[in-house]
Design a protein around this ligand. Structure first.
Ligand code: GAL
Length: 503
């Protein structure tokens, strides 16, 4: 009898089990060979268990991304994927369609459209293509290293050349820094941004692409000019422009940069935002590289680029950062430059010797703004103690741009040893007054006119924290202000920068 009951139960189970165990039409491994540039789909794995179909989409940029809420209707499956960096669409609906034994994947992630055809693969293929997820070290604190006592100054390839940067152009920029006098004005870093990376060797070591035949020879060349040189990477698998990132190779890359002779690293979150999307993981991912750079024993300036997320200024130094971006990218436009410079230039309490808020690179020399607008740009960056990293073709610097970039008295405001980030002290519509106390007891006062018509503005003693103005020097006009109590005409979209002493 017991046997009979057991057999009946088994029979019943066998009758219901196949419906659950039966693989769905989408089940299996699907291989994508022509990974689209972003996010670079390499594989889709789908399995039906207990009547529920789920799986992952593996990408070069973000690793394995889980598929959620999959429903199957005929030869089409619809499912939800997490979307990055888009508050309005935190998730997106994707579709998979069976087409002649292949799988067409249709979807969207951030601003990339995905339309890819995959072929069936085996479990062995899946194992071979599996993304290696790495874990982060616990967060530690790096002691100050004495670098970046004043905001870093130099040049970076991104604003002008984007990915179209090569060894020859970097050398030409180093030459131009010297011949133009910019180096002697303080611009010492020549930074290669995104686009130098090639593939990894069999030992995992990153190699430059064909545009950079010999990194050591390049750093030697730049060093011989009395300059320093910077490089760029991401803690993600891919950089923002889609090049090889440092994910899984952080220590090794830090050592490679040191071996090549680099003095500066810009480390850009990019595809790492999929893995590191909390204050804790973002900090640890920067700490991981900060610590790896220290471990090389070479002094390497560390520039954090995560667009101001998670109050970066409050922990940037702890992870070894010397400057940290406060926003997304600047462009060569008045609206964008002023929006960043006036409104999103970071918390001044976090800036000072050793660590600086970075409202992004300069656009002076790129031609998208008027001369007065560039005066505002330089004045605003200087009074904000912002890093001064140029981003134009240095071979084509106009005399006007050169005068703006090399004005020693203005640079001295930016580079003042006290390292205070200036702040807005007064605002009246389009007129703004900003002040920055300086090491010698004087105060830099900037009068900004954000309006479209020239404006008469008055310097008030209180702007400089004084009861009476002793003397004022106009740094752009390079002259003593005869009567500091008289009003000053500030051109439309322009600025006046004064160095003021109480009297
Ligand atoms: C952006 C970064 C830019 C530039 C670019 C390179 O994320 O903000 O400054 O580095 O990536 O792809």
């Amino acid at each position: 009898m017991r046997r009979l009951i057991l057999s009946l139960v088994c029979l019943l189970f066998a009758a219901t089990a196949p419906a659950h165990a039966k693989p769905g039409p989408f089940d299996g491994v699907w291989l994508f060979d022509d990974a689209d540039p972003r996010p670079g789909v390499t594989m889709v794995e789908i399995a039906t268990k207990g009547g529920v179909t789920a799986g992952t989409v593996t990408t070069q940029w973000y690793g394995p991304m889980p598929i959620a809420r999959m429903t199957v209707e005929g030869d089409t499956a619809t499912f939800t994927m997490r979307n990055l960096n888009d508050r309005e669409h935190p998730t997106r609906e994707w579709r998979a369609k069976l087409e002649d034994g292949k799988l067409r994947l249709l979807g969207q992630i951030w601003f990339s459209e995905i339309d890819e055809l995959g072929r069936r693969g085996t479990k062995a293929d899946a194992a071979q293509r599996a993304f290696r997820v790495t874990t982060l070290p616990p967060l530690g604190t790096l002691a100050p290293d004495g670098m970046a006592r004043t905001p870093p100054m130099g040049w970076s390839s991104w604003n002008k050349f984007a990915e179209h940067i090569d060894d020859k152009t970097v050398r030409a920029m180093a030459d131009a820094l010297v011949s133009s006098g910019l180096r002697d004005a303080g611009y010492t870093y020549v930074n290669i941004d995104d686009g130098w990376q090639g593939t990894r060797g069999p030992d995992g070591r990153i190699r430059p692409n064909a545009k950079f035949p010999d990194m050591k020879a390049l750093t030697d060349y730049v060093h011989a000019k009395g300059l320093k040189i910077g490089i760029y990477s991401s803690q993600g698998p891919r950089t923002c422009a889609g090049y090889e990132g440092s994910y899984g190779h952080v220590r090794q890359d830090a050592q490679t940069y040191a071996d090549w002779g680099f003095d500066y690293l810009k480390y850009d979150l990019c595809s790492g935002e999929w893995f590191y999307d909390t204050a804790d993981t973002v900090q640890r991912s920067y700490y991981e590289m900060g610590e790896a750079l220290r471990a090389t024993g070479r002094p390497i300036l560390f520039s954090l680029c995560e667009y101001g997320r998670f109050d970066v200024g409050s922990w940037g130094r702890k992870v070894g950062g010397h400057l940290w971006r406060t926003t997304g990218d600047i462009t060569d436009e008045w609206k964008v430059m002023t929006d960043i410079g006036f409104e999103r230039n970071g918390n001044p309490a976090h800036a000072g010797p050793g660590g600086w808020n970075d409202p992004d690179m300069l656009e002076i020399g790129n031609g998208g703004m008027t001369h007065d607008e560039y005066v505002t740009h330089m004045t605003l960056w200087a009074i904000s103690a912002a890093p001064l990293v140029m981003g134009h073709d240095l071979r084509e610097t106009s005399p006007e741009a050169l005068a703006l970039l090399t004005n020693r008295a203005v640079i001295a405001i930016d580079q003042d040893a006290r390292g205070i980030q200036g702040t807005r002290v007064r605002k009246d519509g389009d007129a703004e007054v900003w002040a920055k106390p300086l090491a010698d007891g004087s105060v830099a006062v900037a009068l900004f006119n954000r309006g479209t018509a020239a404006k008469r503005m008055l310097l008030a003693p209180a702007d400089a924290g004084a009861t009476r103005i002793g003397e004022a020097h106009d740094l752009w006009a390079n002259k003593r202000v005869a009567d500091p109590a008289a009003d000053v005409t500030v051109p439309a979209h322009g600025a006046v920068l004064l160095r003021v002493r109480a009297g």
